[in-house]
Ligand binder design. Structure first.
Ligand code: SF4
Ligand code: SF4
Length: 167
């Protein structure tokens, strides 16, 4: 697995290759088979990787909340929904989005202060165990800039598909 400190440089070194691989998948991969391959890699790689050593997604992305998730998080922190929103949330194109990067709730020990009720957008990230990965291949490529596990998944998939990048 690539180390987090090396990820940004490695991402940019492979950026063109990864976008070419996306085009290759669009033209050659079967959607259902690709979902199974992502799911298998997701289960294998995340079972061997401790996200507490990373938390890069909590630093680079803004979590989004559904209305009921705001209520649950506010309750957990003994706040009103109104004060929770005022303190932590911006309304971004109709989505409730956390208003800072890194996230307010990322603690110094890399734990999440609202872990029991963190939103689905955090629970599901990087979405590599979700269906229709071919449709979402652009966001997967982009996630490989932030998530070392996704970066590794793409490298492993290139081997599976015997993909050779030609500049
Ligand atoms: S960026 Fe990926 S590896 Fe890092 S904490 Fe998030 S999901 Fe885990
Ligand atoms: S709510 Fe928790 S898991 Fe989600 S970005 Fe913030 S610290 Fe990370």
């Amino acid at each position: 697995m690539i180390e987090l400190k090396d990820l940004k440089e490695a991402y940019y070194a492979k950026e063109d290759e990864n976008y070419a691989f996306r085009v290759y998948l669009k033209n050659h991969a079967d959607s259902k088979t690709l979902d199974e391959q992502f799911l298998s890699l997701h289960n294998e790689l995340f079972s061997a990787y401790d996200c507490n050593d990373c938390r890069n997604c909590c630093k680079k992305y803004e979590a989004t909340f559904k209305a009921h998730e705001i209520t649950e998080a506010a309750n957990l922190l003994h706040m009103t929904v109104k004060s929770f929103k005022e303190k932590y949330i911006i309304d971004a194109f109709g989505e409730y989005q956390i208003n800072t990067k890194p996230c307010h709730f990322l603690a110094d020990d890399n734990s999440c202060a609202i872990e029991p009720c963190k939103p689905d957008s955090c629970r599901k990230y990087p979405y590599t165990n979700q269906p229709d990965r071919l449709f979402s291949s652009l966001s997967i490529i982009e996630s490989s800039r932030v998530c070392p596990v996704v970066y590794e998944m793409l490298e492993r998939l290139k081997l599976t598909y015997d993909f050779k990048y030609v500049k």
